[in-house]
Design a protein around this ligand. Structure first.
Ligand code: BGC
Length: 748
């Protein structure tokens, strides 16, 4: 019987031509994954399956290799063999996964291949900068390439599914997972989400070097109250739709095959049981045709949320809301059959979930060849391939943001340099949180990488990241005294960012600031190099540093990238994708805020009863879009092609930018708008375009943008999506707080 079924499945697969290579470009979500031939093949497979086997396709267990949450089930092999677990995560390497795939293909009744998922977030073995760091590059080609290479390595290592991109907008740097996303802005995050999906999935999902993307965490996980992970999220539908949903949608419109639910509740309903999110919006409004997986045990957690009494009820809620696959919770495995028997879940709904999963196995080509991701030779060639390391170095350089510089940077080759601080000899910390299986054994620390430029170095750690031990200060001060310039490497260890790494204070720990102060007393110029995974409040440090470089966690080649930037081999070009407050108490602070009825203005006669703090300015320390270069750029001649336009006319915006320095450099020119009067209030600025341009020393370029009616739309008072006539301001510049301004009228 078993052999016969396997033969039938083979015949189904061979009965029509192979999976069509799919062009993956931005289309409406409904345009993807609706190949009728594949649907028919899935039907034929479903016809052979028992209910238990169908349920098995909705089950995802961790192999136990890597654990990213509570371990509930280490019996997964037994279930794989019985066809009751159709998908595995946290298993990788060809050797390991081949063994599991062989069991699924050769030892189960139907021989249906397994999916292998893993958190390939910013690289698999070759690690790229932390996602928030990559976002600082504002370079979509580089970001797509990083995802492409991650997929090449992951697929060579037996994987066919990554739990990325993380598309959660976050405006709360207390939340540790702000590090995994693209920052605070809707427009930039949409572009990055699409670039990452294109990179992971390539043009053809059935190619052996592409993997499925998973858009997560749906939805609004980035807005937990107080920045505390897993905490309640509550927002208006308008804010949800205008600010938080667009990046997920952009990723789905780029062809993402899967979506992951989030841990949080929204409007009182946890995401994994949220019909409004998973069915009304995702399926019915957006037309998503892939499958939905939960986040880790988040069906079970609905009991703790207090929306169901037990796990069985949780399974009912999740399945009926639209969850197709249960990650690690064992709820579907344990309860679906009974729920169907009791009439609480329709068997057709379970079949629909199984169909969606099987369909993706066809699109991946797993039914054509279950071992297509399991080639040892390819694994050897691809992991840490020199081209991948080169690309990682390139993105790392592009992701660094020069926050402040009085001319101390770039360094020249012959000075005596003191290298101080807990990050100076970082290796594993260069990789950052969510490095998954990225290896650090051959990672070069900033200290060692700097030797490439200058061997005249002194070193002192000075202190740890936290605590009160100042015993190392004296050595640090003495090294500083003997040097011409001091590089101080501060920040946070990688496990202070990421999941379950919320903080109530985003200032540097006092011990680190004290070290900086002690070194400052020597009077030597100080370059502060930061490695961290969230915006920091650096009010104290800006006053005692000559230059500050935000290096984020720059990845496998990060040490070299830092050295190249410090010594001017690479002219920094990164721009902040997120606001850096002065102090934690300003949070939430983001650039596209509302004006309020009592806006603060320095020129106003009224200074008390306005929207402000008593002892702290409203403005951030470093605004969204800020980032310096060793070049200097001057903007002039902002021009609009018309003073008035109608809804079907386009507006041309042009600006002149001059590199009035002696070094070639790259600048990201940013275009913002403000709709002055709306049926609901509008933000004071919204990003609507950007271009990264290279300008030779002394060169002037004219940069052109086109604004169309689409750029002026928003959710109006009645929740319809459209623009409204009236006055708009247009701003262009090198940061959200440094712009030229013009205006135009949108006519009816
Ligand atoms: C995280 C997800 C991740 C999953 C699997 C969860 O704890 O929230 O982002 O994909 O674990 O590792």
């Amino acid at each position: 019987m078993k052999i016969l079924n396997v033969i039938i499945i083979m015949a189904i697969v061979l009965s029509s031509c192979k999976t069509n290579p799919k062009e993956i470009t931005n289309k409406p979500a409904s345009a993807y994954f609706k190949d009728q031939k594949i649907e028919r093949k899935v039907d034929s497979v479903l016809n052979l399956m028992t209910l238990e086997e169908k349920i098995g396709q909705t089950v995802l267990f961790s192999s136990g290799w890597d654990v990213t949450g509570p371990t509930l089930n280490d019996n997964y092999l037994k279930y794989v063999k019985e066809g009751l677990c159709g998908n595995i995560f946290n298993a990788h390497t060809v050797k390991y996964n081949k063994r599991l795939q062989k069991i699924a293909v050769e030892e189960t009744r139907l021989g249906i291949p397994l999916l292998f998922g893993y958190d390939v977030i910013h690289g698999h073995k070759t690690i790229f900068p932390l996602s928030l760091g990559e976002a600082s590059s504002w370079d979509m080609t580089a970001i797509e390439k990083s995802a492409r290479i991650s997929a090449i390595e992951a697929s060579a290592s037996g994987l066919n599914w990554t739990f990325a991109p993380m598309c959660d907008i976050s405006r709360d740097p207390r939340w540790g997972r702000i590090s995994e996303g693209a920052g605070e802005d809707v427009y930039l995050a949409k572009k990055i989400a699409a670039a990452r999906v294109h990179g992971f999935q390539g043009k053809d999902l059935s190619a052996p070097n592409t993997i499925m993307a998973c858009v997560k965490h749906f939805a609004a996980y980035g807005a937990p109250q107080g920045g505390r992970d897993y905490n309640t999220v509550d927002m208006s539908d308008r804010v949800l739709r205008e600010t938080y949903l667009p990046p997920y949608k952009a990723a789905i419109d780029a062809g993402a095959a899967t979506v992951m639910t989030s841990f949080n509740e929204l409007d009182g309903v946890p995401s994994s049981g949220n019909h409004y999110l998973l069915t009304d919006i995702l399926r019915n409004e957006w037309g998503f045709n892939g499958f939905v997986v939960t986040d880790y045990t988040s069906i079970n957690e609905m009991v703790d949320h207090g929306i169901v009494a037990d796990e069985k009820e949780a399974g009912e809620l999740a399945m009926n809301a639209g969850v197709d696959m249960d990650m690690q919770g064992s709820v579907y495995l344990d309860h679906l059959k009974e729920l169907i028997r009791e009439g609480k879940v329709d068997e057709k709904r379970v079949e629909e979930a199984a169909r969606r999963v099987l369909k993706m196995k066809f699109y991946l080509g797993l039914f054509d060849d279950p071992y297509r991701y399991l080639d040892e030779k390819r694994e050897k060639e691809m992991i840490y391939n020199p081209d991948h390391l080169k690309a990682s170095l390139d993105v790392a350089k592009k992701s660094m943001v020069l926050l402040q510089n009085d001319g101390t940077l770039p360094l020249s080759g012959n000075k005596k340099i003191a290298i101080i601080g807990p990050h100076a000899k970082a290796t594993v910390n260069l990789l950052g949180s969510w490095r998954a299986s990225g290896g650090w054994d051959f990672v070069t620390s900033p200290f060692d990488a700097i030797k490439k430029y200058n061997k005249n170095l002194l070193y002192a750690k000075g202190c740890s990241f936290n605590g009160n031990d100042k015993k190392g200060f004296a050595e640090a001060v003495s090294a500083a005294k003997k040097s011409d310039v001091v590089l101080v490497f501060l920040g946070a260890p990688e496990n202070w960012s990421g999941e379950a790494a919320s903080r109530t204070s985003i200032e540097l720990p006092q011990i680190q600031t004290d070290l900086l102060k002690a070194v400052r007393k020597t009077g030597k110029p100080i370059v502060l190099v930061l490695m961290n995974g969230r915006p920091l409040a650096l009010e104290r440090e800006v006053k005692i540093s000559n230059s500050i470089l935000e290096a984020w966690y720059p990845g496998t080649e990060g040490g070299f990238a830092i050295a190249d930037v410090l010594f001017g081999k690479y002219n920094p070009s990164g721009k902040l994708p997120v606001t850096f407050p002065r102090v934690t108490g300003q949070i939430p602070i983001y650039y596209d805020m509302k004006n309020t009825g009592r806006p603060y203005s320095a020129n106003s006669t009224e200074q008390r009863y306005v929207s402000r703090y008593l002892f702290t300015p409203n403005t951030p320390l470093f605004a969204f879009g800020h980032g310096l270069s060793y070049s200097h750029f001057t903007y002039s001649n902002l021009k609009l092609s018309a003073q008035e336009i109608t809804k079907d006319q386009k507006l041309e915006v042009s600006v002149q930018i001059k590199n009035d320095s002696k070094v070639d450099g790259e600048e990201t020119v940013q275009l913002y708008i403000r709709d002055l009067v709306g049926s609901v209030t509008r933000p004071v600025k919204q990003l609507k375009g950007f271009q990264k341009v290279l300008l030779k020393a002394g060169e002037t370029k004219t940069i052109n943008f086109i604004l169309s009616n689409d750029d002026l739309k928003f959710y109006r008072k009645d929740m319809s999506w459209g623009s409204e006539p009236g006055k708009f301001n247009v701003f262009v510049g090198g940061a959200s707080d440094s712009v030229l301004e013009e205006s135009f009228l949108l006519k009816d």
